[in-house]
Design a binder for this molecule. Structure first.
Ligand SMILES: [Zn+2]
Length: 107
């Protein structure tokens, strides 16, 4: 058993960074949803000025882009959450070990 205070501090800092990355990724997903609804209302507003081909083209391109972004952001968020869970387990083990180290003289 060793003192793990330094490792615990680094691990907590990594968990905070991963948490922040998850928040950013979820924000990106939100921006994508906003773009999607803005674009569809834009297509609606300009319906009279655009040829049906253009409207179809924009909607289709946006729809593919949206699917791709949704898929990628979901994958990344899932990976980050797995990593976070793993680090939380590691942290718990290190805290137990550290607790034993600092309290071993109590016996
Ligand atoms: Zn310690």
């Amino acid at each position: 058993m060793d003192c793990r205070c330094g490792d615990i501090r680094r691990c907590r800092s990594d968990i905070r960074k991963i948490n922040y990355a998850i928040v950013l990724m979820e924000g990106l997903r939100g921006i994508d949803m906003t773009i999607r609804s803005d674009l569809s209302s834009l297509a609606g507003d300009n319906f009279m000025y655009m040829t049906p081909y253009n409207i179809g083209n924009i909607t289709e391109t946006e729809s593919q882009m949206h699917k791709e972004i949704e898929l990628q952001t979901s994958n990344i968020i899932e990976m980050l959450k797995d990593k976070e869970e793993y680090l939380n387990d590691e942290l718990k083990d290190m805290e137990d070990e550290d607790y034993d180290y600092h309290h071993r003289d109590d016996d």
